[in-house]
Design a protein around this ligand. Structure first.
Ligand code: C5P
Length: 401
């Protein structure tokens, strides 16, 4: 149910932090990826080692850590999540969130995030009832922050009353409900092509290109996270299968088209594969041998254009067909012309000229061409491009544009 979902779990100081260890385990059992931030007070209750072992990821603790910041950066940390959960949320972190204080990694990430936030408060009952806390909670509620618990009962301080952090299973249930209610592409089917194709010369040799599949795989992951039933038809890549996505592996352009056809109809098709334009006619059945200084002559035939064929699929045409245009010059003009030629609805144009590092790299600078209008996006990671594109697709299919 939480397959592919990314949770940023912030553990602040409180005896209830031990329950968060169980929460990590349960979230992972449900298929979520959990990245954790420990506040300095949180790290006095549970150790970074336990949190790292349970989450299977590096734990982030220090805003001023050079290594952490160069690896991830607090801004990315706060945005590369689908939901930020603060558990336990102490009176202190709630007050900081309400006033917008950012004096450590956790509070900085909370201020920098553009993702929904859920808190699981835990504190003494008098702290919970204090007018300052009441006011802070009202402020957070007004901002749409979600809350689970606290419950009533015996508190760690020996007193009784409201302030017990919700049990890990209750928090898990609240997280599942959140994702159930926030899957805008639920009920929609998406097809994504990704990676290069291999065109055989003989049984051991082939022609290909430098596509890594990173962008296409990220688009499939982002669509699945928004709840779409996503099918990824991919050529050979080193990218891991995106969670929650049905992956169909193919080798050649002709295989890719055949696989795509079996998937139709879909609501949206995104062609991010770098399909080879040509294939070798009748590849040799046996390995070609050197023959006295006479290199072989290869005869080429043009491959089918998958994007064009999906754009002109008649009754089977998706409501939205999106192509990518990797260009090295006159990017926007060429992309706009390509959109008209292929008959797709949107084109994502990107600069792959030498020196941009786009092919194989993690970043991309794209222009989205919609109905002849061009939107230039700032340079982002391929994952961010994918998320923004998935959000646009979701808005389009919901009829918002
Ligand atoms: O013509 P060009 O290869 O630059 O067009 C790029 C777009 O067309 C991409 O979306 C790519 O996935 C798609 N394409 C395709 N089949 C081909 C060639 C390109 O789907 N044979």
């Amino acid at each position: 149910m939480l397959v592919g979902k990314r949770i940023l779990l912030i553990i602040s100081g409180g005896i209830a932090a031990y329950k968060s260890l169980d929460l990590i385990r349960r979230l992972r059992e449900s298929g979520a990826a959990v990245r954790c931030v420990l506040t300095p007070a949180g790290a006095r209750f549970v150790t970074p080692l336990s949190v790292a072992a349970l989450s299977g990821e590096k734990v982030y603790t220090d805003l001023f850590s050079l290594t952490d910041e160069s690896e991830m950066g607090h801004i990315r940390l706060s945005r590369e999540a689908d939901l930020v959960v603060v558990a336990p949320a102490s009176a202190d972190i709630i007050a900081k969130m309400a006033t917008g204080l950012a004096d450590d990694l956790a509070t900085t990430a909370l201020l920098a995030t553009d993702k929904p936030v859920m808190i699981a408060p835990a504190m003494n009952h008098l702290m919970w009832r204090h007018p300052a806390t009441r006011q802070n909670l009202a402020t957070l509620e007004g901002r749409g922050i979600l809350r689970v618990g606290p419950g009533e009962g015996d508190l760690a301080c020996g007193e009784t009353g409201p302030g017990r952090m919700a049990e890990s299973l209750e928090i898990l249930a609240a997280i599942k409900t959140f994702f159930r209610d926030n899957s805008p592409l639920k009920g929609k089917r998406a097809l994504v092509t990704s990676g290069p194709t291999h065109e055989a010369i003989d049984p051991v040799r082939y022609i290909t290109n430098r596509s890594s599949g990173k962008q296409g795989h990220a688009v499939a992951a982002a669509l699945a996270r928004l709840g779409a039933e996503t099918i990824l038809v991919t050529g050979p890549t080193h990218e891991p299968d995106p969670p929650g996505v049905k992956v169909m592996r193919i080798v050649s352009a002709e295989d890719m088209l055949a696989a795509c056809r079996t998937v139709l109809p879909v609501d949206v098709a995104v062609c991010a594969a770098a399909v080879n334009d040509w294939r070798v006619v009748e590849p040799a059945e046996q390995k070609l041998k050197k023959a006295g200084g006479k290199p072989p002559t290869l005869k080429f035939a043009e491959n089918p254009d998958i994007l064009q064929s999906l754009s002109n699929a008649g009754d089977m045409r998706s409501r939205l067909v999106i192509g990518f245009a990797a260009e090295t010059e006159d990017i926007i003009e060429n992309a706009a012309a390509k959109r008209l030629k292929k008959g797709c609805d949107w084109i994502v144009a990107n600069d792959v000229s030498p020196g941009t590092g786009t092919f194989g790299g993690d970043k991309n600078t794209v222009h989205l061409v919609v109905d002849g209008k061009v939107e230039s996006w700032p340079t982002m990671t391929k994952k961010e491009v994918a998320e923004r594109l998935a959000a646009r697709i979701s808005a389009y299919l919901a009829g918002a544009q």
